[in-house]
Design a protein around this ligand. Structure first.
Ligand code: FES
Length: 188
């Protein structure tokens, strides 16, 4: 009888010991798990772009108020962006130039969206040393080729914003953009 009670007592005691150890292990693992999540979440959070960065990633521009011959200056990713509504005359001037004679050969067609050649969207950053050219603001000097003129060292761009004279090596950059309606574009 005594040995049976003893055996039962050992089993109970042994089982209790195992259960206690399991609990300690599980508690330790759970704690480690919570610790890992607590460490990982802030890291993931830091890697996600913040709302203001996402807002800067693309720019929507309403074209409805920009009349032929006018341009506006806005910003895209913290840099100047020119949006210009070309007149038929400006389109004709750009089209009559043989692109093979240009420093950075491109046609107006290649720099605009199919069927919307009148909308010239470019960065407002001179490709020489990065000044902001004139020509997008009302009454500003557009230079001898009628597009944009960089006052820093005298680069002149034509009505397709292609470099025609002065030290700039390239045409004004055309950013990636698409029409979201007949009168709106999304740049970026
Ligand atoms: S920065 Fe425009 S011409 Fe030099």
């Amino acid at each position: 009888m005594a040995s049976v009670e003893h055996t039962n007592g050992e089993d109970v005691a042994g089982g209790g010991e195992v259960r206690r150890r399991d609990f300690i292990n599980i508690a330790a693992v759970s704690f480690a798990g919570v610790g890992a999540v607590a460490v990982v979440l802030p890291l993931i959070d830091q890697m996600n772009p913040s709302a203001d960065v996402l807002a800067l990633a693309s720019t929507e521009v309403d074209l409805s108020a920009i009349q032929p011959g006018q341009a506006i200056k806005t910003t895209f990713r913290a840099q100047p962006l020119f949006v210009r509504h070309l007149t038929d005359k400006e389109i004709a001037e750009a089209d009559k130039v043989d692109p093979s004679t240009l420093r950075d050969p491109q046609t107006l067609e290649e720099r605009t969206v199919d069927g919307k050649k009148q909308w010239l969207i470019t960065m407002g950053v001179c490709t020489h040393l990065g000044c902001v050219p004139l020509g997008a603001g009302e009454g500003e000097n557009r230079g001898e080729y009628g597009g944009y003129f960089c006052p820093c060292h005298g680069s002149s761009y034509d009505t397709a914003a292609r470099i025609r004279k002065g030290p700039a090596p390239k045409n004004l950059e055309v950013p990636k953009f698409s029409f979201t309606s007949d009168t709106a574009i999304l740049v970026g």
